[in-house]
Design a protein around this ligand. Structure first.
Ligand code: CDP
Ligand code: MG
Length: 653
């Protein structure tokens, strides 16, 4: 992702390409790729797999009869890699080289190399299960095992076989990974050969803590300043942490402390890195620090494999990551801070040895490390599968329960997903087999989670489609609010005029309405701490969702100032995410009776209404609900009488 392109501005791009480790292997690689229908390529991050292999294929005329798709788990990665390859090819983006991510398509009839998110290729497969447009599919960053990549494995394998049977142009499938554990991939693709790229990896010295750390943030802070006092300033530090909030908080503390370190110790620049950071700030991590100044980058796991940052000599690994976790018994998916796997820990350490030997400080003991899981559990085994199941059914996969998954999700998780879809009215069980209902078919036309799709489809009944489309669009992009911690009071003051006592959805809607009223004026955005780029994206998303609605003949109306119909519609679409206030002031999620609490960032944090619906759960020290909307108990009952007949026994009303 992200463009470290000016890192080596003096070296012409052609020369840079030839200096990549992969260049040495080019001829041999092409020889093999020409013959093989399936190949697995392993190479260290930064060896040139993603940017070079598509170009090599194109230059050698392999797969010229169609397009080459290169899938990425992250949308930012797809966009910036396409940009880089277009630059190397000296063409404008969207011509020979393009990209397609959710809600954004920058391709044309000339496009031959198409970078895309794994989710987008999956959506294309719904309209074209044989993927006939493509002659080569490169499944990149396969080690990440996102749920979409995992489903794609099955989809491309089937497409490959069917095309052979039907005598169509063959489909070549290339799987690329930055880690060595590829036996499973090879086994799955009919024992396909594994090609290893010589990497540039220098020795790394690993240190563990002697004792367990109760506070990894404190431990990280101490390590940063220990290194800062001892190491020469040209040696940069990369710290792996879990998310935006703790990164911003630690960044602030580091900046404060660095003003008071002894002379002779040099200065430091502290740079956060996480997916929702505005692009201009993301780019700063790639620029060299001023002379005599040390770069300290505080990053999420985005820097594990997706980015290559030069100058890193020290890695500090908290051993923690924020990831999805799913409990099929309770049907609840949460984002939780948890231990990384050994594979991830090694990948993190590796970031210190890109250019010369380096050091990795692990903020956990060696015994703790021994107990880490060897591999990260694939996402498909730890997420709510409702969306995937809906897509598979829309793909016409006859027996979803027995789909050829590389790693099968548990039968409980599959059952729970089907229950979820049944509650939403998307599927029907007829004596065993599961069928998509007409509503389910419509839901699958939206590139959205099933409950959002359902809410949109319900909205004409409440005459508030315009508002619901706005809200869903607002929730579909990275946050539109900009919260610089240093200006907390200003932010609060600016937000006040939009704050709605009805909750976060309505507050966002107010901000969006105001944004449109001033036609997206940049100055207004700055004054109100609104991310104008993401807001612009919201408009695009909304336009696309509206197109889908029009194709489905939905009536699009606005309810004007009658916001209760909007909340009512949300209650009906999102009833599976409802929570109820208890006598002691705590909340329980109605679906599971799990204790939950309102996230401090919510406008309802103080208000504590009796019933709310929430968008997601975040599990850190407690299980927090984020993005809430005030609803009536009656609406929930109306939405799913039978279901709540069972659940609402907690209700005191
Ligand atoms: O895929 P892999 O990690 O093997 O490497 P890559 O993404 O093809 O990147 C190879 C090199 O291209 C990196 O080390 C960067 O120097 C450069 N690159 C870049 O300048 N801008 C990008 N957006 C991506 C890569
Ligand atoms: Mg890559």
């Amino acid at each position: 992702m992200l463009l470290p392109k000016k890192g080596n501005a003096s070296t012409p791009i052609e020369v840079q390409r030839k200096q990549l480790p992969i260049y040495q292997a080019k001829a041999q690689l092409l020889n093999q790729l020409r013959q093989l229908q399936n190949a697995i390529i392993i190479g260290e991050t930064g060896s040139g797999k993603t940017t070079q292999i598509p170009q090599y294929l194109y230059e050698a005329g392999i797969g010229r009869l169609g397009l080459v798709a290169i899938t990425q788990p992250r949308r930012v990665a797809a966009i910036s890699l396409a940009g880089r390859v277009a630059e190397e090819k000296r063409t404008q983006i969207g011509k020979l080289v393009g990209y397609t991510v959710r809600f954004e398509d920058v391709t044309s009839s000339e496009t031959k190399l198409k970078f895309m998110t794994d989710g987008m290729l999956l959506r294309e497969a719904i309209g074209d299960p044989l993927l006939l447009k493509y002659t080569v599919v490169v499944l990149d960053e396969a080690h990440e095992r996102t749920v979409h990549t995992d489903v794609l494995f099955g989809v491309v394998k089937t497409a490959q076989r069917r095309r052979r049977e039907l005598n169509k142009v063959p489909l070549k499938v290339i799987v690329m990974s930055a880690t060595m554990d590829v036996d499973l991939f090879s086994e799955y693709f009919n024992k396909s050969p594994v090609l290893y790229l010589e990497g540039r990896q220098h020795p790394i010295q690993i240190y563990y803590t002697k004792q367990q750390q109760s506070d990894y943030l404190q431990a990280a802070l101490v390590s940063i300043f220990q290194i800062h006092q001892e190491a020469p300033p040209a040696h940069d530090i990369l710290v792996f942490m879990t998310g935006q909030e703790e990164i911003e908080a630690l960044a602030r503390t580091c900046r404060d402390i660095s003003k008071h370190v002894p002379d002779g110790c040099g200065s430091m620049v502290v740079l956060p890195l996480y997916a929702s950071l505005p692009p201009a700030q993301q780019l700063r991590v790639f620029q060299p620090a001023p002379k005599g100044c040390r770069k300290v980058i505080l990053s999420t796991n985005i820097a594990e494999t997706s980015v290559t940052i030069s100058g890193i000599k020290y890695v500090i690994d908290t051993g923690m990551v924020k990831a999805k976790r799913f409990n099929p018994d309770s049907g609840l998916e949460v984002l939780a801070v948890q231990r990384v796997s050994k594979a991830q820990a090694w990948q993190r350490a590796g970031r210190a040895g890109r250019e010369e030997s380096g050091f990795c400080y692990r903020l956990y003991t060696e015994q703790e490390f021994d107990n880490f899981l060897p591999m990260t559990v694939p996402e498909i085994q730890r997420c709510n599968l409702a969306g995937v199941m809906l897509q598979l059914m829309a793909l016409g996969i006859p027996d979803v329960m027995n789909f050829d998954f590389m790693s099968k999700p548990s039968p409980d998780a599959v059952r729970s997903a089907v229950d979820h879809l049944e509650l939403l009215g998307a599927v029907e069980r007829r004596e065993g087999p599961v069928f998509l209902t007409p509503l389910g078919k419509k839901m699958a036309s939206f590139p959205l989670e099933p409950r959002y799709a359902k809410t949109i489809l319900l909205s004409p009944e409440y005459s508030c489609s315009e508002e619901i489309l706005s809200i869903v669009s607002l929730l579909s992009v990275d946050t539109v609010l900009y919260n610089p911690p240093a200006r907390r009071d200003d932010v609060l003051a600016a937000r006040k005029k939009f704050t709605s006592s009805e909750g976060d959805h309505m507050t966002l809607l107010n901000i969006y309405r105001a944004f449109k009223k001033v036609s997206g004026n940049k100055e207004w955005c700055r004054e109100n701490f609104v991310n104008s780029r993401n807001m612009g994206l919201v408009k695009d998303v909304q336009a696309q969702l509206r197109d889908i609605c029009l194709k489905l003949n939905l009536k699009l109306e606005s309810c004007g100032s009658d916001t209760s119909s909007v909340r009512r519609c949300l209650a009906h679409g999102m009833f599976l995410n409802a929570a109820e206030l208890q006598l002691d002031g705590s909340y329980v999620a109605l679906d599971t009776h799990q204790p939950v609490t309102i996230h401090p960032s919510s406008v309802l944090f103080q208000a504590k209404p009796a019933y709310v619906i929430f968008n997601e759960l975040l599990h850190t020290s407690r299980c927090y609900m984020r993005d809430l909307c005030l609803v009536d108990a009656d609406w929930l009952l109306e939405a799913a009488p039978e279901y709540f007949g069972r659940k609402l026994h907690l209700s005191k009303t």
